[in-house]
Write a protein that binds this ligand. Structure first.
Ligand code: ADP
Ligand code: FDM
Length: 212
């Protein structure tokens, strides 16, 4: 590696926990401090696969449950060459949802084991840090109603939350749970501190492989 690599930092959490707000704030703060950083988001709805996913999420089309799970995973794999290129160039990537959402959402459907759901994402670039924005449903509700997309119901989201809790128990991943009920500035300060620490720790290590 000619230069120090960037870190792969993922934000996960329930709907309206503040993931998108905090990804934007973090990228802005890192760039202002002179550290190259870029944001990515999964699903990336702009690719051919992403457009199929978008149509499914908007309930404009139906897809068989295994099939859509594999499409979400394929949507990550198709961006792996770009992700690796950026990381190796020294850019830190801040990602809004990743394989953890993939597993939590599909395994919340009847008949899906977490193990089956994890398989297609095994070997993806491993995040150096996964920040879980924790927010109780009552506080989330105060931030606005659910939208109209698939999965946006409180009963489904409760199961998703339980699946996330099981994933957080996996110590092979560097999870940090953040109290997302604090103000936007307070959450940002916590996230920035943990991210800078993870960036400094990652620079001398190769990119890992998730769940292998
Ligand atoms: P997510 O990406 O997790 O669904 P968003 O970042 O889109 O969440 O935020 C959802 C809503 O909550 C937005 O209106 C945003 O301005 C607001 N919000 C985000 N973080 C906070 C916070 N810490 N306190 C209060 N409102 C917040
Ligand atoms: N989602 C997201 C999945 O079901 N699987 C995945 O792999 C990923 C990355 O898609 F309901 C779900 C989670 C959420 C929806 O919504 C994406 P946003 O608002 O674009 O994050």
């Amino acid at each position: 590696m000619a230069c120090k690599r960037g870190a792969l930092i993922v934000l996960e959490g329930v709907d309206r926990a503040g993931k998108t707000t905090q990804c934007n704030r973090l990228v802005e703060a890192l760039q202002l401090s002179g550290r190259p950083a870029a944001m990515m988001k999964f699903p990336d709805r702009t690719t051919t696969i992403g457009k199929l996913i978008n149509s499914y999420l908007e309930s404009k089309s139906d897809l068989e449950d295994h099939t859509v799970h594999l499409l979400f995973s394929a949507n990550r794999w198709e961006l792996v060459p770009l992700m690796k290129k950026k990381l190796e160039e020294g850019t830190t990537l801040i990602i809004d949802r990743y394989a953890f959402s993939g597993v939590a959402f599909t395994s919340a459907k009847p008949g899906f084991s977490m193990n089956w759901c994890m398989n297609p994402d095994m070997g993806l670039p491993k995040p150096d840090l996964v920040l879980f924005l924790q927010l109780n449903p009552a506080t989330a509700a105060q931030r606005g109603q659910f939208g109209t997309e698939r999965y946006e119901t409180s009963s489904f989201q409760q199961i998703v939350q339980r699946r996330f809790e099981e994933l957080i128990a996996d110590t092979s991943v560097n999870w940090q749970v953040i109290d997302a009920s604090q103000s936007i500035d307070e959450v940002h300060e916590n996230i920035k501190r943990l991210s800078v620490k993870a960036m400094n720790a990652a620079e001398d290590w190769p990119i890992g492989e998730l769940w292998t």
